[in-house]
Design a protein around this ligand. Structure first.
Ligand SMILES: Cc1cc2nc3c(=O)[nH]c(=O)nc-3n(C[C@H](O)[C@H](O)[C@H](O)COP(=O)(O)OP(=O)(O)OC[C@H]3O[C@@H](n4cnc5c(N)ncnc54)[C@H](O)[C@@H]3O)c2cc1C
Ligand SMILES: Cc1cc2nc3c(=O)[nH]c(=O)nc-3n(C[C@H](O)[C@H](O)[C@H](O)COP(=O)(O)O)c2cc1C
Length: 783
């Protein structure tokens, strides 16, 4: 077999090693345009888990690599004069140059031919090769040559970065967030061998220009950075090596294989440097290719297996890298945070590290985070213990004169079970059972302001006395038997009205018994849905009056809070999104106009809703569709409602148009809540695939929301909050006297269960290489 590999970086060299081990008879040649020791850049990092993989696949190179490594366990975050350190991270650093020399040596030993100063511009010369590996890096010439086949998507990010080195020793992966007269600068730094550290500097494009970095030589920009970070460098110089300022390109390729050619490493996909996974991905690609070549009967089948088997893992890493880079791009959102909360945000930005996970690794750090959170609660006039504080989930929140005992919320959820809009026994049991099991706040399902405002025939309403009486019964039950507050969500279905019950076909038009529907513009939801009537001023007045009348009834029922539903493509949302609002009058066109009617309704409600009771608005912070609402629009929408007196923005997303492309995942809507909260400076509630109390605490502690709503988890587990309270020892959680024996038992057992689980986790966790190394070098105790 003949294999040609273009590019002698980590991906090219490691694939040569693994393929040659597998097929000692194969003729394998690596073509590298540079000289053998001509590498640029400074260090690379690997996690312990990646090193375990290297050990398994080629132990000689693994041993040589690890002999050269610098190990560290801590991440240190420097921000506004404070430094926070978190241990247990298990990372290793190595010089890129040494890594490549080790891989070259090992490849030669195995009989791979290495051709240096061989700049390949045409793969035709490899016509007789069985396999051509394209490992030619981020600017891959061959990916570009076959751009129509590989279909790469290149997302050039806004921040500028430069990669430098220093002799400054470091004993932790170090993030420094530095305020300057021009704006924030960030340094990502780590040691990779004795006396050498990597320094990646990052800043936003405006700060870059203001700092006069544009057009400076490498030396001049290194001098500028050395000045900014001089206090930390302690006289150590910054070293340059092709350290130009650049923008990071996030690259994703639709296809990785063409005939017998395959893209590997940065050539096929990149991952932002802030998660230090570029070299890991490149070398793990090589492992995946070698595995596929081992298993499959033909090269063609192997390449197909490689692409199919590897894609998900690469996309997962890229997703984590995306989340991380976005955090760094928007660091100004957190710039006025308490340093410990800021550091918690840095640690948890990419979702892999959470509150509970940090509790195990760095309990003192989490204790500090909790204290800072409790102090913020105190500063808003609430009496809480800030010395031995409860976790953020169990900290109270005040909105106007309503105080919630904790931050867990039952999200509004249609039950499709009302008769003529009247909530019945099912609703009493449903809402009642959630209220008596600990949640701080429960929302009603979208309750419709008139008969023709309903989504389905099973939706609840609040336009007549029977409905009012039925809701009052539920509210009274909640108030009499729990400490939970209950909020009323009012809405109008708009063009999504007159549709079937969820279990008969979500959003599908009723075949019989429907009613006329309204919307901002006459655009049907499905092609075969009813064409809605475009609202004229008279219709707007009627709808507004219906909202006001329902709010008055809501107040008579005793609801503690009122939420206006302006999300999910329903009537008011249909005005806000440009995808559903194509009006030419004062209610269409720019966002300001599109917001006019929803704001009018909100203001009318605010006028009749008692001043001491809070109001929220639910928005879709993105339509997940081309030309639709984006996170930046959501900030403007939130600002407009905040000006009109909203106390909380309930940040949901999507459901505006059928062909939306939402990106689901754990906590997938939380980034929008974070953006709205920290840019519009308004309290937010986040929601969406949040399933554990650990996630709730992580979100709250990082300042990404003020309340956390859970929908589906509450459908199956009304005791979500009570169980979490037992887990975290939040003994004050409300519980009806009838249930106290159960509460006492779960609280008692939880202490033990938690201890057992933590012990198990600690025992199961292998020692990091840094821990092993420090144990091995500890002097033996004198006998
Ligand atoms: C600022 C920054 C910091 C980073 N920090 C880290 C980190 O801490 N940890 C980490 O793991 N990764 C890090 N990376 C990523 C890492 O450098 C790359 O992801 C990794 O090197 C990719 O390996 P590769 O083999 O795919 O590509 P490369 O290492 O780029 O290798 C490609 C090789 O192909 C050669 N080549 C290109 N075209 C041709 C041609 N036509 N003919 C012959 N040869 C050719 C090039 O000379 C090069 O040697 C960082 C990247 C950047 C930009
Ligand atoms: C059955 C069901 C009904 C829902 N009804 C409503 C509703 O009436 N009003 C609303 O704003 N959101 C409604 N939603 C959305 C939820 O409030 C929530 O935002 C969504 O389920 C995502 O959260 P989760 O992942 O915790 O379930 C509904 C969701 C479900 C599953």
């Amino acid at each position: 077999m003949k294999i040609a590999i273009i590019g002698g970086g980590p991906a090219g060299l490691y694939s040569a090693i693994l393929l040659r081990k597998q097929r000692p008879e194969a003729e394998i040649t690596v073509y590298e345009r540079n000289r053998a020791d001509d590498t640029f850049g400074f260090g690379v990092v690997f996690s312990d888990a990646t090193l375990d993989n290297f050990e398994k696949y080629d132990s000689p190179s693994y041993r040589r690599i690890t002999q050269e490594f610098a190990y560290w366990d801590d991440i240190a975050v420097h921000f506004r004069g404070a430094v926070h350190r978190v241990g247990g991270n298990g990372f290793c650093g190595c010089s890129r140059r040494k890594l490549l020399l080790i891989l070259q040596e090992r490849a030669r030993e195995l009989g791979v031919t290495l051709m240096f100063q061989a700049d390949i511009d045409d793969e035709a010369r490899f016509a007789d090769a069985d396999l051509v590996v394209l490992a030619d890096g981020i600017n891959s010439r061959f990916r570009d040559k076959y751009v129509e086949h590989f279909e790469p998507e290149v997302d050039v990010r806004s921040n500028m970065f430069a990669w430098m080195g220093s002799t400054r020793p470091l004993d932790a992966f170090t993030f420094i967030f530095q305020e300057t007269e021009w704006g924030p600068f960030i340094a990502h730094a780590y040691q990779y061998e004795v006396g050498r550290s990597t320094w990646i500097f990052e800043t936003d494009p405006n700060t870059f220009v203001r700092a006069g970095l544009n057009g400076l030589s490498e030396k001049q920009s290194a001098d500028r950075m050395a000045k900014i970070f001089g206090w930390f460098l302690e006289g150590h110089p910054l070293l340059t090596n092709r350290s130009m300022w650049r923008n990071f390109p996030m690259i994703r390729s639709k296809r990785w294989v063409k005939d017998n050619m395959v893209l590997l490493g940065d050539a096929k996909a990149t991952a932002h440097f802030s998660i230090g996974s570029g070299t890991k991905l490149a070398m793990e690609d090589a492992i995946a290719l070698a595995d596929a070549m081992h298993r499959a009967p033909t090269v063609e089948a192997a390449l197909q297996q490689y692409e199919e088997g590897r894609r998900e893992e690469v996309e997962k890493t890229q997703h984590a890298a995306d989340v991380s880079l976005v955090w760094f791009e928007h660091v100004d959102r957190f710039w006025d945070f308490d340093p410990v909360q800021f550091a918690f945000g840095v640690m948890t930005r990419a979702k892999a590290i959470t509150y509970d996970n940090l509790m195990l690794r760095a309990p003192d750090f989490v204790a500090e985070v909790d204290k800072a959170f409790a102090r913020q609660v105190q500063s808003r006039g609430l009496v809480v213990d800030a010395e031995k504080p409860l976790p953020p989930m169990f900290q109270p929140l005040r909105l106007r004169e309503m105080t919630l005992a904790n931050r867990a919320v039952v999200s509004p959820m249609c039950m499709y079970s009302a008769q003529d809009g009247v909530p019945g026994d099912f609703h009493l049991v449903h809402y009642g059972s959630r209220a008596i099991r600990g949640a701080g706040l429960i929302f009603t399902e979208m309750t419709c302001v008139s008969r023709d405002a309903r989504i389905t025939p099973g939706c609840t309403g609040l336009w007549n006395d029977a409905q009012e009486a039925a809701w009052r019964r539920i509210v009274d039950f909640v108030h009499a038997n729990s400490a939970a507050k209950i909020g009323l969500q009012l809405g109008h279905a708009g063009r999504k009205g007159a549709t079937k019950l969820m279990w008969d076909g979500m959003d599908r038009p009723l075949e019989q018994g429907g009613w006329d529907v309204l919307s901002a513009s006459p655009i049907p939801y499905f092609p075969d849905s009813q064409v809605p009537r475009e609202m004229d001023r008279a219709a707007m007045d009627a709808v507004k009056a219906a909202f006001v009348a329902a709010a008055r009834r809501g107040e008579r029922c005793g609801f503690d809070m009122l939420e206006l539903h302006c999300a999910h493509g329903y009537l008011l949302a249909s005005f806000i999104s440009p995808l559903t609002n194509q009006r030419l009058d004062a209610y269409g066109g720019p966002l300001e106009n599109r917001l006019r009617f929803p704001l009018e309704v909100f203001e009318a409600l605010r006028e009749v809703w008692p001043a001491h009771k809070p109001m929220s608005v639910r928005i879709s912070a993105t339509d997940w569709a081309e030309g639709g609402i984006t996170g930046d629009d959501a900030v403007e929408i939130a600002r407009a409602f905040a000006q009109a007196g909203v106390d909380l923005v309930d940040v949901s997303t999507g459901q505006t148009v059928r062909d939306a492309q939402p990106v689901y995942g754990r906590m997938f809507q939380t980034p929008f809540s974070e953006q709205v909260r920290n840019e519009a400076r308004v309290a937010t509630m986040c929601v969406g695939n949040i399933t554990t109390s650990d996630q709730v605490n992580t979100i709250l502690a990082a300042g990404r929301a003020d309340l956390v709503a859970l929908g589906r988890p509450h459908l199956v587990d009304p005791s979500f909050t009570l169980k979490a309270a037992a887990w975290y020892g939040a003994a004050d959680v409300s519980c009806p006297p009838q249930y106290l024996p159960g509460k006492e038992q779960i609280f008692r057992n939880s202490v033990r269960d938690r201890q057992d689980l933590n012990d198990l986790k600690i025992k199961a966790k292998p020692k990091t290489r840094a821990e092993l190394k420090s144990e091995a070098t500890k002097p033996l105790a004198a006998e």
